[in-house]
Ligand binder design. Sequence first.
Ligand code: C5P
Length: 404
Amino acid sequence: MLTGKRVLLVISGGIAAFKALDLIRRLRAEGCTVRCVMTAAAGEFVTPLSVAALSAQPVYQDIFSLKDESEMGHIQLSREADLVVVAPATANIIAKMAAGIADDLASTTLLATDKPILIAPAMNVRMWHHAATQRNIDTLRGDGVRIVGPARGELADGESGEGRLVEPADLVTAIAAALSEIGGTTPRALTGRRALVTSGPTHEPIDPVRYIANRSSGRQGHAIAAALARLGAETILVSGPTDLPDPPGVTVRAVENARAMLAACEAALPVDVAVCAAAVADWRVAAETETKIKKSGAPPQLTLIENPDILATLSRHPDHRPALVVGFAAETDAVAQNAAAKRVRKGCDWIVANSVAAGATFGADDNTVSIIDAAGQEDWPRLSKAEVADRLAVRIANSLGRPS
Ligand code: C5P
C-alpha cells in the first residue's frame, strides 16, 4: 500500500514513544522507508539503537553532532520525505511547532521542512485539554498540519480520557490517507458515490447508569469508512461507542443504541453502498427505567425484546435500497454455510464472514475473512484490518462501476 513512500518520523518524549517501534515495523511492512529523528526526551523512553535497528536507518538526535550533520544535515533530512510524521507528539513539541521554536534537531527539522506534516498527539488528559495545548492545536491546524487523535481511554499515568496515542495500525491508516491525498495519484474510484458504514458496538440501556454491551472495538468498521473515503466516496460512519478517533475525511454520527443507529442510517439515505460492520445488540431491555434501579430488594428481572435489524432493514428498504449492501457475519462454527444462509435471510448482497471461534477478531489488528456473494465464496488471506478495508473498498468500487 505504501511501497516506495518515504516517511520522516519524529519521535518526541512521551511514554507512548515505545509505540513508535511498532509503527516503524508496520510502515516498513507496507513497503515504506522510515527515517527517524528523536528528541533527547524520547531517548529516555526508547533507545536509539532499537529505533535504528527497526528502521534499518541511522537515527538522528543531535543538531550539534558533527556525525549527524555530515551524514545528513537537518535541511536535507526534512526535505527527503513524502510526509513528516510526529508520533507521539507531546504537548511540548506541539507548543514549539505552534510557536516556530527551533532549539533541537527535531524542532529545527519541523521548522525547516516544506513537506506535509501529520502529528499524533499523546499526553495526559489535562495537558491535552489545557487551553494552551488546544490553542496550539488550532494554530497547527490553521498551518495545514494534519492531526490524528488523540484517542480516548486509559492513560499511562492511571487517569483516563482523551490523550492516548492512536494505535499504530490506525496511524498507518492515517499516514496512508495523508500520502494518498498529497500524492493525488491513487485513482479515486468512488468519487461521486455516497457510502454508509456502521461500526462499533451498541449500548442498550437498562437504567440511566447501566447498559448491555458487547466486545466490538469498531476497528474494522472504522477502517472501512476510512478506506471508502480514501477512494473518494462521501462517507457517513454511524458508530456506536468506541475509543477510536474519527477516520479522516469521514462524517461521523455517534449513537448509543440500536434504535438510534437505525434512525441515523435511515437519515443518511440514499447511499450507493451500505456496509454494516457494527455489532448491533440483538436485544434490548423492554422497559428501561428512568431512575437508577436500587440494589435493595430482589435482583431485577430484565425482559429483553428484539432490536431492529439494521442490515435487513436497509437491504429491504422500500424507497432507498442501496445498490450494494454488505453485511458481516461473525461465526464460531460452519462459518461459510452460516454466512451464506445469513446473506439470503438478511437480503444483503455480500457477507464478509469471519471466524471468532478463537476470540481473535475482537479488538485484534488482523482479520481472516471470506466474502460470500451470489457467485460463491472468496477466501482472503490473514490481513490487517486496514488491508481488509482497502480490499473491500476496491471490490465495492469495482462492483459499483462508474457513477452514471
Ligand atoms: O444476525 P447477525 O447479528 O449475526 O448479523 C450480523 C450482520 O447483521 C452484521 O452485518 C451486523 O452489522 C448486522 N446487524 C444489524 N442489525 C442488527 C443485528 C445485526 O445491522 N440488529
